[in-house]
Design a protein around this ligand. Structure first.
Ligand code: PHE
Length: 341
């Protein structure tokens, strides 16, 4: 009996289990109501008197150790099972989506305008937003004190009346003309500033794309055809254009261009105020004075220029009637342009 008890004690010490089922089988075998230990206790009275003491001690030790072993193994296996759950990755779980931003409607339209003119050979040029009087006004045939300067309410720098925030990107075209020789085909997109009270229809800053084409024998017909191409690419093949005489100091003759109403296609509605047309840009033949101011021989070269507001085009494309929406960063407003990416 004693040797059997010692054997089981040894077995208990060496026992290892890989699963909770194996531990349970071990527990039943040793500690169960019909287990080995119960049997040995039952044999106790048959053991010789001189062995009783040792047998009793071994038996108690066996019982304690078996119980301890079962408890330890159970805790270990339960712990690693729990770890397995947290470390294993459930590939079927729906992910949390990273929200992707969208392009601003002004950028979308600006890029579209650039693309349309790129296709017929116009390159993009950029210049500073803080300009001097020469590039924003004087070179463009705005004499000092000329009332035309009031057409564009200007933000001047307080300490230096020669420096202002550009009121149009025609300033960039002056820089291009000064620094290159014709033929010139360029568009200048960018932000411009005017000192206007902010309302649904006006803002103190907005965006323009202005264009310039200078070469020998450039005519008003070239201007008209270029703008017709632009209007039809932008608003659809059925679009008609109309040029009305206008005035700009830097172009002669000057015109404003209307496109057939994007809502009613010219039939007349409240968007076009029943005229069938919407104004979208200013244009004209570059005044010879401007060419000379920029070092281009006006007897050899002629050219045309045009300028449009990006917000205005976006307003017609997207039917947005309040200019302020473009700079308020309202997520609900901006999210609407995700599909246009
Ligand atoms: N610079 C003018 C404006 O800002 C637009 C324009 C550009 C008109 C070129 C004619 C020719 O209003």
């Amino acid at each position: 009996m004693l040797s059997r008890a010692k054997e089981l004690l040894q077995e208990t010490k060496e026992f290892k289990a890989k699963s909770l089922e194996e531990v349970e089988a071990f527990r039943i075998k040793l500690l169960g109501s019909k287990g080995e230990i119960k049997k040995l206790f039952a044999e106790f009275r048959n053991v010789a008197a001189e062995e009783k003491k040792e047998f009793g001690a071994v038996l108690n030790q066996l019982k304690d150790q078996a119980q301890q072993k079962v408890d330890e193994l159970k805790a270990d296996l339960a712990g690693s099972a729990a770890k397995e759950v947290t470390s294993s990755f459930d590939f079927t779980r729906p992910t949390t989506l990273n929200e992707i931003g969208s392009r601003h409607p002004i950028s979308i339209i600006k890029n579209e305008i650039i693309e349309i003119f790129n296709r017929i050979g116009f390159q993009v040029s950029e210049g500073p937003e803080i300009e001097d009087d020469w590039h924003n006004f004087s070179a463009l045939n705005f004499p000092p004190e000329h009332p035309a300067r009031d057409m564009q309410d200007t933000f001047f720098v307080e300490k230096d009346p020669d420096i202002a925030l550009r009121t149009h990107t025609s300033s960039v075209q002056v820089r291009v003309m000064e620094n290159s020789t014709p033929p010139i085909r360029t568009i200048s997109p960018g932000r411009v500033y005017r000192n206007e009270a902010i309302s649904a229809r006006a803002h103190c800053f907005f965006h323009q794309v202005e264009g310039l084409y200078i070469d020998k024998n450039v005519s008003f017909a070239d201007l008209r055809q270029t703008l017709l191409y632009f209007a039809q690419e932008m608003f659809g093949k059925e679009t008609k254009i109309r040029l009305r005489p206008s005035y700009f100091p830097f172009t002669e003759p000057s015109a404003e261009m209307d496109v057939s109403c994007t809502i009613c296609s010219g039939k007349g509605c409240n968007v076009c105020k029943y005229t069938g047309y919407l104004e979208i840009l200013g244009c004209g033949m570059v005044d010879p004075n401007v060419l000379e101011n920029c070092g281009i021989d006006s007897k050899v070269y002629s050219g045309f220029a045009f300028g449009m507001g990006v917000e205005r085009i976006a307003q017609l494309k997207y039917n947005v009637n309040d200019l302020r929406l473009y700079s308020e960063n309202d997520k609900g407003f901006l999210d609407q342009f995700k599909a246009a990416l």
